[in-house]
Design a protein around this ligand. Sequence first.
Ligand code: DHB
Ligand code: MG
Length: 218
Amino acid sequence: PVPARWDDVDDYLTSTLIAHDDALAASIASLAEEGLPEIEVAPLSGKLLHLLARMTGARRVLEIGTLGAYSTIWLARALPAEGRVVSIEAEPHNAAVARRNLERAGVAERVEVREGRGADVLPALEGGEPFDLVFIDADKESNIVYLDWAARLGRPGTVVVVDNVVRSGHVVETDAGAQVDGVRAGLAMLRDDPRFEATALQTLDRKGWDGIAIALVV
Ligand code: DHB
Ligand code: MG
């Protein structure tokens, strides 16, 4: 049998491809220090978001679910000086921690942290320039609401990434609770809604067994 060495592989790939960065490390440390859940994206996934933004020439990025701004820093650093990340965070304490981490990373002027529930904040973004990249990483129960807004606030060509679509394999279960139901509804929407073309990848890293969906707004 093949030895289960995926954690060694994650360490190897991360240490090979991801340079140490004080501000990113501090943002991870701040989660435990400030009592936030340690559910930031893995470094290799943070860099994937960063590269997707650069590959697509993104100037406007929407993030739903800031937490401590780890992924936000990766995204902000992918943008030109006049680029903007709008990141929505429902928990005021998370938003305060995120703002400190963004300051420390030197990207605070490129990021607008909007405090509030996505369902309340997203309608206020209507009428602005379309977003080029949307990262959905908040309460999974609302994934279909967030996907609808991603399409409405995007344009043909907008890239949408949805975090946590595998949930340690629970995604295949039809009775695994509201969060998994939300993930499944989101994936069904990506299949059925003509505004999207989508795929998904499983991930196995320091955050465990999970996955991301990647969609194109068509
Ligand atoms: C959870 C949420 C996340 O966004 C994540 O990446 C991991 C876990 C959670 O709510 O358990
Ligand atoms: Mg997540």
